[in-house]
Design a binder for this molecule. Structure first.
Ligand code: GAP
Length: 468
């Protein structure tokens, strides 16, 4: 779609200017790594979520959905290993006391010292905490403010909170760091209450929390974010896990490129190294997108084996085994997990669709119509002409029964077009004086700016196949 990748500043500016994303608590100066979604952003998020749910859950016979809670029994996070191993390596500026991810500090330093990168072929993902500490000392790396840095340490990403208001009766719980655990803890309930048979998957979308310190990546990395996860369960004796991984890789690629319309050359796969892989995984792949700050993880795909079910079985004392209906074999299924942050899809979509149309001096979001907040906009040519407003209103009322349609009667038609282009509305429909004579309206195409005249009665047909 767009020729050159836009800068993050341009995306942030458009997102605020047109009501996609606002800094959280903006009037109080904001809250680090936190963003609210405005009227357009809320629609775009909903469209992404709905398309994900349709593609991965409701159009597949082997999938069911689930909605688990943010707060769960604290043992969940002990069993899953998050209490012990869900850490980020952090380092502190000794003067300002600001904290940074050590790997990010080293990556930034390497990008500014490329000769060292060529000589030593450093792969930061492969470095242990000790190796990172030694690297910082060896190269005398300073904080972004130019100050000495502390010894790096591991910090938990889990947010803690308390249940109960009376002193002494409080108990610590965690705000979920992933939605996956709600799937594992409900595995038996789903087996017992539905007709599922292996292989099958359970999808879960919901807000998750991580105590992130890295700033400046907009909605890419936030404290609170919506996670869309699938656990796909299978019998490892019957199915080849590598084949299932490949199938999921294809599904993720198809969803990104065909359903969301992302340019293929902005996406690539990357396999995790042994040191980088999470404690629960035997093999992990990231689908990376070329964000304005480089190729970064959009979507993770991990082979979690039976690690989680085994852990929950052990910690809960409950039998979580699956019984094969044919052979009566009892076992813990293995699982493959595609996990994506909805906001990472959102940011990718904004970056990919952003287009500066120099010829027509405008900025356009070339969103796929299925993603656009509004599928069409309806304008009366002039707001002080009741006969035009009335006709346009009729069109709006009719179309809005089927689609989300915008109404705009403010300022010139040219300005209205520019606004709709920036929020990605594929079609603008104008009711003018000719409409009163022959019942036709103009319909303008967002991407080409071409306008045609169409009888009002044909509008619904015209849009039907174009804005699905
Ligand atoms: N259950 C596996 C899991 O949570 P992860 O790689 O830690 O794996 C999954 O996270 C996905 O969640 C990532 O691929 C990314 O899309 C998204 N994600 C992770 N941390 C995030 C954050 N702080 N803000 C926004 N999205 C995030």
């Amino acid at each position: 779609m767009s020729e050159a990748s836009p800068t993050l500043e341009k995306i942030v500016s458009l997102a605020k200017r047109r009501g996609f994303v606002f800094p959280t608590s903006d009037i109080y100066g904001g809250l680090a790594n936190s963003y609210d979604y405005g009227p357009m952003g809320t629609e775009l998020l909903k469209n992404i979520r709905d398309l994900w749910w349709k593609y991965f859950i409701t159009t597949r016979p082997d999938m069911v959905g689930l909605q688990s809670q943010i707060l769960q029994h604290p043992q969940t996070w002990v069993a899953s290993g998050h209490v012990e191993a869900f850490h980020d390596p952090l380092i502190e500026d000794k003067v300002t006391h600001k904290r940074y991810r050590v790997d990010h500090i080293i990556e930034t330093w390497l990008s500014q010292n490329t000769t060292v990168l060529n000589l030593e072929m450093i792969v930061v993902e492969n470095m242990s905490l000790k190796e990172m500490a030694a690297f910082i000392t060896k190269h005398k790396i300073k904080s972004p403010d130019g100050n000495e840095l502390s010894e790096p340490k591991q910090f938990s990403l889990l947010f803690e909170t308390q249940i109960g208001s009376v002193a002494g009766e409080k108990s610590t719980v965690y705000m979920r760091g992933e939605t996956a655990q709600g799937i594992f803890t409900n595995f038996k309930n789903v087996l017992d209450s539905t007709r599922v048979q292996l292989p099958f998957g359970i999808g879960n979308i919901g807000t998750s929390f991580r105590n992130e310190v890295t700033t400046g990546q907009f909605v890419f990395r936030t404290l609170e974010f919506e996670l869309a996860e699938i656990e796909y369960f299978f019998d490892p004796e019957k199915e080849d896990w590598k084949k299932i991984m490949t199938q999921w890789k294809n599904e993720m690629w198809q969803f990104a490129t065909k359903t969301l319309g992302i340019q293929e050359n902005n996406l690539k796969w990357r396999q995790h190294t042994d040191k980088e892989r999470s404690h629960y995984s035997l093999d992990t792949w990231d689908l990376d997108y070329k964000y304005p700050f480089g190729y970064k993880e959009l979507w993770g795909l991990a082979y979690r084996t039976d690690f989680d079910l085994k852990q929950h079985q052990k910690h809960s004392g409950q039998n979580l085994e699956y019984i094969d209906p044919q052979t009566q074999k009892k076992f813990l299924p293995h699982v493959i997990e595609p996990a994506v942050g909805v906001a990472r899809l959102f940011l990718m979509i904004l970056c990919d669709a952003y287009w500066e149309d120099k010829k027509n001096n405008r900025t356009v979001l070339k969103l796929k119509p299925s993603l656009a907040p509004y599928k069409a906009a309806v304008f009366p040519l002039a707001k002080n002409k009741p006969e035009l407003v009335e006709k346009a209103r009729k069109i709006f009322d009719e179309l809005s029964k089927k689609y989300h349609v915008a109404w705009d009667e403010r300022s010139s038609i040219g300005k209205r077009y520019l606004y709709q282009d920036e929020i990605g509305t594929p079609y603008c429909i104008t009711v003018d004086y000719e409409t009163l004579e022959d019942g036709t309206v103009t319909i303008r195409d967002r991407d080409t700016t071409e306008q045609i005249r169409l009888p009002m009665t044909e509008l619904a047909d015209y849009l039907r196949n174009r804005v699905k």
